[in-house]
Design a protein around this ligand. Structure first.
Ligand code: S3P
Length: 450
């Protein structure tokens, strides 16, 4: 089932080379944060390049339900008239975050220290994902959560009446958990401290500082210690959202795999907390270069150029790199299927609790397509068959997971027989222009009759 409507089966097959420029949409993580912090500032935040995927649209609607004014000016330009820290009003409707773990977890944090009751829900994928990882630290502020067994949505959070600041060591590498605690800390008096043992994407810390919050980050023996001074007045910002490296991954990997390809993916953020896939591909021997390296809005940015790379080899992906490429393992496993030798991916338990169990989803489809995959709870290996040697000829389940759907379609562009997915609908959550963008490059991806 598609998250919003009937399933949309799609099929990808081999065709000519992929060529041209791929202008991928705005960064999903940054788009969510821009809307949420915009709603917590006093006055009007202007956002350009916002990702208009369903996940982000759902977050925008949630901000309206709390009392912010969210306006679409067209062409990716949006504004948010915020209500200030502690200014969220009690929504008179259930907050439906659709497919988005980032949306619901960040919003739960942002609303947790205001004295309001909020009920959250999502689609079948989101309602099966663990929320205890967020409600546990929020309870330390004084927030109460009432939900289904196992900490699943739908769930009601009763915001803390008199929040106390917390010091919290994040037990899993998760930017969503870190961000939920920091956003909750905004409306608690005193200092909230979050400690992460592995660095995860740091967009929340960066953006909080941009909005005028007092936030400091220190690398210590204990880990990365982030300290936030509560109850600031956030100043509205003008935010240009960079293009999403996690979306760039799909045209980049497609170009590496399809004979004769040469694709430019301009203006991609290479924030070290996000860029792990690109370094991994280079280590595998990909012809992937960073052109026009520059700084924009305090972030390293480059144009990525990817060319057909039939000499790639499997590698051991270091576990300490996992957080910086956590969303990219599915498409990496597709590249690994064509490389020579084994690709070993360790320290990746988090893949089991994404929009789907991503190790299981990819392993089942890849095996059916003729590729050897081994797995344990927190590791998996893909033994590459080599270029021209991947059979394909399958219909994979996308399991309400956009990245699984797109990864199998990339597989189909280079495997010997076409690859279908049962539902490409979820792609719209993060990459609504995927089909058009890939078609413009010359990819053979089409909707299939049911
Ligand atoms: C995200 C954090 C990651 C990532 C997700 C986006 C974010 O999730 O998988 O797509 O924007 O904070 P976790 O925090 O669960 O690792």
């Amino acid at each position: 089932m598609s998250s919003h409507g009937d399933p949309i089966p799609m099929t990808a097959r081999q065709g000519g080379p992929l060529r041209g420029e791929a202008l991928v949409p705005g960064d999903k993580s940054i788009s969510h944060r821009a809307l949420i912090l915009g709603a917590m500032a006093v006055g009007e935040t202007k956002i350009s390049g916002l990702l208009e995927g369903q996940d982000v649209l759902d977050t925008g609607r949630a901000m309206e339900a709390f009392g912010a004014e969210v306006v679409n000016h067209g062409g990716g330009n949006w504004s948010v008239h915020g209500v200030g820290v502690g200014g969220f009003g009690e929504p008179d409707q259930v907050i439906d975050c659709g497919n988005s773990g980032t949306g619901v977890r960040l919003i739960m944090g942002a609303a947790a220290t205001t004295d309001i009751a909020v009920t959250y829900t999502g689609d079948a994928s989101l309602n099966s994902r663990p929320m205890g990882r967020v409600t546990d630290p929020l309870a330390l502020f004084g927030t109460r959560a009432v939900g289904r067994a196992g900490g699943r949505l739908p769930m009601t959070l009763l915001g803390a009446k008199e929040p106390t600041p917390v010091r919290y060591v994040v037990p899993v590498p998760s930017a969503q958990v870190k961000s939920a605690v920091l956003l909750a800390g905004l409306n608690a008096p005193g200092e909230t401290v979050v400690i992460e043992q592995e660095a995860t994407r740091d967009h929340t810390e960066r953006m909080l500082a941009g909005f005028g919050a007092e936030v400091s980050v220190e690398d210590t023996d204990e880990g990365r210690v982030i300290t936030l001074k509560g109850q600031p007045e956030l100043r509205p910002q003008t935010i240009a959202v960079p293009r999403d490296p996690s979306s760039a991954a799909f045209p980049v990997c497609a170009a590496l795999l399809v004979e004769g390809s040469d694709v430019l993916v301009p203006n991609i953020g290479l924030n070290p907390t996000r860029a792990g896939l690109f370094y991994t591909l280079q280590e595998m021997g990909a012809d992937l270069t960073f052109e026009n390296m520059r700084e924009e809005g305090g972030e390293p940015v480059a144009d990525l150029r990817a060319r057909y790379s039939p000499a790639m080899k499997g590698i051991n992906v270091p576990p300490e790199r996992a957080a910086s490429m956590i969303d990219e393992y599915p498409v990496l496993s597709v590249v690994a299927a064509f490389a020579e030798g084994q690709t070993v991916m360790t320290g990746v338990n988090e893949l089991r609790v994404k929009e789907s169990d991503r190790i299981d989803a990819m392993a089942q489809g890849l095996r059916a397509a003729g590729v050897e995959v081994d797995e344990g709870e927190d590791w998996w290996t893909v033994t590459g068959r080599g270029f021209g040697q991947v059979a394909g000829g399958i219909t994979a389940e996308s399991r309400l997971d956009h990245r699984i759907a797109m990864s199998f379609l990339i597989l189909g562009l280079a495997s010997n027989a076409p690859v279908s997915v049962d539902d490409g609908g979820p792609i719209a959550t993060s990459f609504p222009i995927f089909e058009d963008l890939m078609a413009d490059l010359g990819a053979q991806i089409e909707r299939t009759a049911r």
